[in-house]
Design a binder for this molecule. Structure first.
Ligand code: NAP
Length: 198
């Protein structure tokens, strides 16, 4: 990967996903489960900024963007970048379309956004997650472990659990097992233990 560190302000690249027993995250363009509190957890994380006036960038794969309920938007403190090699125009409610993750990382780290953006949140699907896991600025993975079996056809990529280590007692992350609609799940954070983390 090209070294962009000299030219582009470094922003933490963070993944957030909910993953069931076999690593599944989606089925036919939809979420396999209905977990409103877990979804609120996702929203709280991606919209959190350190002070008023700051923003985060949310990075979406194209299918993920178009399958998301539009009632979610607008989201506070958030600029939306949709990744696509084929889209020529910015979709409704989004702010940018980027050809790949690196283009989104550059956009967030160069003027005029560099002074505004705090965190780049990667919200799926598979290809975007995969690319983000390999990015040297990826420092945290927020992974909700859904403790159940679901029929899925989209999966979270394998990642190096020697490099990203699960954190006990990570600030702001409840350690108790949660339950909604009869489905148990657990919030987890994995942190990059070495390398070029922010
Ligand atoms: N459980 C969870 O936490 C979670 C989170 C997110 C999504 N999901 C689920 O996952 C499914 C959607 O994910 P998906 O993997 O099928 O599709 P996706 O990543 O949302 O969309 C795939 C398309 O996005 C574009 N794209 C993705 N990554 C790119 C990259 N790095 N660079 C350039 N373009 C890129 C490409 O569009 P072009 O063909 O135009 O190039 C690609 O064909 C849905 O079922 C959704 O509900 C679940």
């Amino acid at each position: 990967m090209e070294n962009i560190g000299d030219k582009v302000q470094k922003k933490p690249v963070r993944l957030i996903a909910a993953v069931c027993n076999d690593g599944g995250i989606g089925k036919d363009g939809k979420m396999p489960w209905d977990l409103p509190f877990e979804f609120q957890w996702f929203l709280n994380n991606v919209t959190r900024v350190s002070k008023p006036g700051k923003m985060n960038m949310m990075v979406w794969g194209k299918l993920c963007w178009f399958s998301h309920p539009k009632s979610t938007f607008p989201l506070a403190n958030t600029l939306h970048a949709v990744l696509s090699s084929t889209l020529d125009t910015v979709p409704d409610h989004a702010h940018f379309v980027c050809k790949n993750l690196e283009a989104a990382v550059r956009l967030a780290g160069e003027p005029p956004l560099a002074g505004l953006i705090e965190t780049i949140w990667i919200v799926g699907g598979t290809q975007v997650y995969k690319e983000a896991l390999e990015h040297p600025w990826c420092d945290l993975i927020y992974l909700t472990k859904v403790m159940a079996d679901f029929d899925c056809n989209v999966f979270f990529p394998e990642f190096d659990r020697g490099l990203f280590k699960v954190q006990e007692g990570f600030p702001g992350v409840p350690s108790e097992i949660q339950e909604e609609n009869g489905i148990k799940y657990k919030f987890q954070v994995f942190k990059r233990e070495s390398g070029d983390a922010v």
